[in-house]
Design a protein around this ligand. Structure first.
Ligand SMILES: C[S@@+](CC[C@H](N)C(=O)[O-])C[C@H]1O[C@@H](n2cnc3c(N)ncnc32)[C@H](O)[C@@H]1O
Length: 284
């Protein structure tokens, strides 16, 4: 493949994709900060750690297995997976800016590193069945063609391998409860409508608002689902972060762990959903 087909557009915050149909404008230079700020508070740290662990474990990594990270972003998950499991990991990412960060991060890392490839999720530059597992964490909602990307992940994963998708749930308990509380405050009591994006509003750089039903439906087109894991509950609910922050460490940890257990039982209400399965044989 042409290793850098979008070189002309490098450096732009938004990428333009020329296709036979039309010019598509796609999001290339985002990070997680607009959705869930990474690791700044106890509840965010807990959520990120659990989400990452569940996603990477679901790929069933082992020395010598080939695992693909689709939309690898800064590359931190691919690097961690390579280091912790000995799997052969490849990170695919279309954004030049993200790739630059990845190379910077790689330079600071000792030991064997993943390979890095520029590539779109919906046109993966790999042959059929060449990976044992493929995962995409916190990124599908940034894709303009997520269904095609899931199809591509299934195509490049061998029969019986693992396709893993991790996504923020905009119908979580926290989103529902906060929306309901705002409706009552603003609708019934006439409180001033809050300005700015609330955590249950879909950020402007998302193409899709995912919740369990939609994620399950899209994944099932190309993947036989074997696991649906709910991660964490209550993240983003007003005052929750401050409340958890104020508690003694051990108590906060017990509460977060308890709610994580509840999320496992009720993934539709979880903050993040991880779905994993094998490629469908009849997936086109
Ligand atoms: C929020 S970041 C997530 C990165 C990483 N997976 C993580 O968990 O930190 C979303 C990533 O999706 C990438 N992206 C956007 N559209 C894409 C597409 N169509 N195909 C592949 N990656 C895409 C962006 O460049 C960005 O790196």
């Amino acid at each position: 493949m042409d290793t850098d087909p979008w070189a002309r557009f490098r450096g732009a915050g938004v990428g333009f994709r020329l296709t036979s149909r039309a010019m598509r404008v796609v999001d290339l230079d985002r990070d997680m900060s607009d959705v869930i700020p990474t690791g700044t508070t106890r509840d965010s740290e807990f959520l990120f750690e659990r989400m990452t662990r569940a996603t990477l474990d679901a790929t069933r990594p082992a020395p010598g297995r080939r695992i693909l990270d689709v939309a690898s972003g800064f590359g931190q998950d691919a690097i961690a997976l390579r280091a912790s499991s000995g799997a052969d990991v490849i990170g695919a990412e279309p954004s030049a800016r993200m790739m630059a960060w990845t190379r910077f991060k790689s330079g600071e890392t000792e030991g064997p590193l993943p390979e890095w490839v520029r590539g779109w999720g919906d046109a993966l530059p790999f042959a059929d069945d060449c990976f044992d597992g493929a995962f995409c964490k916190g990124a599908l909602d940034h894709f303009d063609q997520p269904l095609e990307a899931i199809g591509e992940m299934a195509r490049v994963t061998r029969p019986g391998g693992r396709v893993v998708l991790a996504i923020a749930n905009f119908d979580s308990f926290s989103c529902r409860a906060a929306r309901c509380a705002d409706d009552v405050r603003e609708g019934a009591f006439g409180a001033e409508v809050a300005r700015g994006r609330r955590h249950y509003d879909v950020p402007a750089d998302h193409f899709t608002r995912y919740e369990l039903g939609l994620m399950r439906e899209q994944a099932s087109r190309h993947v036989v689902l074997e696991e649906v894991i709910g991660i964490s509950m209550a993240w983003g609910f007003p005052f929750w972060t401050r409340a958890v922050q104020a508690l003694p460490d051990a108590l906060a940890d017990r509460i977060l762990t308890f709610l994580d257990g509840a999320a496992r039982k009720l993934p539709g209400l979880a903050d993040v959903i991880v779905l994993a399965g094998r490629p469908r044989e009849d997936s086109d």
